[in-house]
Design a protein around this ligand. Structure first.
Ligand code: URA
Length: 430
């Protein structure tokens, strides 16, 4: 039997006039857009109507199904251990996947993470890992399964056949002012994660200046929509809302963040990175039904580091290689004595990006060594004239624009003042 066929204009008009789209309309419009039978301008109009008029839970769920069905859906029936993954909506200095994936694998779960490259001021996990000499992001399907079975953790690039409808639609939303629609964000993220085949999923929904959700209420709304979609598709899903008003850890930039992640795996590293890694690991293990293991023990006894080394080596990387260092550096000094009460995540992210750590267009290359090192975090006492940031780049003509981005990034209050910070984990949605 042929699938139903519709006129794209009727589907656009229905959503424009606040009607609910039928399952058949949704299946058709996604498939026809992926094939090229619905034009970009028609899909743009529909995306705008969705942004303005929203979607019911049924519509978002069906839209997600249709995007999953536009490509392959992976599954791992014979691994012998449960699968669990994490997705972050993106933040500055967010290197958490690097210590987290091997840690959770060391606790007995398998982590099949298909990841992306960064665009704009938030770095991509693949860009960070690619700063390790020899490491490659692309694996065949057989290599992916073999590594998942033997090492327990894989972070690699998604194939072009994972939710191809989303790839096309996301590019369109980016240039039509329709990225911000919660039903479209939720279905975009969840179609890829569900197609990836994980049995359980923890979402790290970032909130604050460095995140694309600036306020807690909208972040909670997005988290709820994604948790519902996970449940509707048989993936046990939990979300944490976490603070992205200030960068995570003390580094933003690819190799700089790998170095900091290895410190965490070695039992050190900044407290916020360690705390968030452990909080997300506990959620991932609980969602996978593995509650008897304390990830703090696996971090302390070196078993997470062992998995990291095997995970890097399995993808051609040398875990003992020196990481790239940028050719030039410049120090930015604290303007006054006092307590650092604010350190803006967005400003640091933009500075790192301008130094070469991120890309403006998909086809741009990133500099492995570029980025920002933070010498103080909110709550620390600083002295005027002492280093506050060190900027790193291979192309020193970038320093001026990076320094400009950091103008106004910090607030220093008289000694004794305390920063008014949201907690690292703001809320949990299950
Ligand atoms: N990330 C995605 O994958 N999709 C969105 O729509 C927004 C962020």
């Amino acid at each position: 039997m042929n699938a139903a066929s519709f006129d794209a204009v009727d589907v656009i008009r229905a959503k424009r006039d606040r009607a609910e789209l039928t399952d058949a309309q949704i299946d058709w419009v996604i498939a026809a857009y992926t094939r090229g039978d619905v034009a970009d301008e028609q899909m743009s109009a529909l995306a705008m109507a969705i942004l303005l008029n929203g979607m019911s839970r049924r519509e978002v769920s069906r839209w997600t199904d249709a995007m999953i069905s536009s490509g392959e859906r992976l599954s791992f029936p014979d691994l012998g251990r449960p699968t669990t993954d994490k997705h972050s909506t993106g933040g500055v200095g967010d290197k958490i996947t690097l210590p987290l994936a091997p840690l959770v694998a060391a606790c007995g779960a398998a982590v099949p993470q298909l990841s992306g490259r960064g665009l704009g001021h938030t770095g991509g996990t693949l860009d960070k890992l690619e700063s390790i000499p020899g490491w490659r992001a692309t694996l065949t399907g057989e290599e992916f399964i073999a590594q998942l079975r033997e090492v327990g953790a894989v972070v690699c690039a998604a194939s072009d056949n994972l939710a191809p409808a989303d790839k096309k639609l996301y590019g369109l939303r980016d240039v039509t002012g329709t990225v911000e629609a919660i039903p479209l964000i939720a279905s975009s993220i969840m179609s890829k994660k569900i197609a990836e085949g994980t049995g359980a999923l923890v979402l790290d929904v970032k909130v604050g200046s460095g995140a694309f959700m600036k306020d807690v209420d909208r972040a909670r709304e997005l988290a709820r929509a994604m948790v519902e979609l996970g449940g509707d598709h048989g993936v046990r899903t939990v979300a944490l809302l976490t603070n992205m008003a200030t960068p995570l850890g003390r580094t933003a930039g690819n190799a700089l963040e790998v170095r900091e992640s290895v410190e965490v795996l070695a039992g050190g590293g900044p407290a916020d990175v360690v705390d968030l890694t452990l909080a997300l690991a506990r959620e991932m293990l609980a969602a996978a039904g593995l509650e008897g293991v304390d990830p703090a023990d696996r971090l302390a006894d070196g078993s997470a580091m062992d998995v990291w080394r095997r995970m890097v080596a399995a993808q051609g990387g040398d875990p003992d290689a020196e990481l790239p260092v940028a050719r030039e550096s410049q120090v930015v000094a604290a303007p006054a004595d006092g307590v650092l009460v604010e350190l803006d995540a967005l400003a640091v992210g933009v500075a790192a990006w301008r130094l070469g750590a991120g890309r403006a267009r998909k086809e741009d290359a990133v500099q492995a060594g570029a980025g920002v090192v933070l010498h103080a975090k909110p709550g620390d006492v600083v002295r005027g004239g002492e280093p506050l940031f060190t900027l790193h780049t291979d192309t020193p003509e970038r320093f001026a624009r990076a320094v400009e981005a950091l103008d106004g990034a910090v607030v220093i209050a008289p000694e004794g003042a305390r920063p008014d910070l949201l907690p690292l984990v703001i809320d949990r949605v299950a």
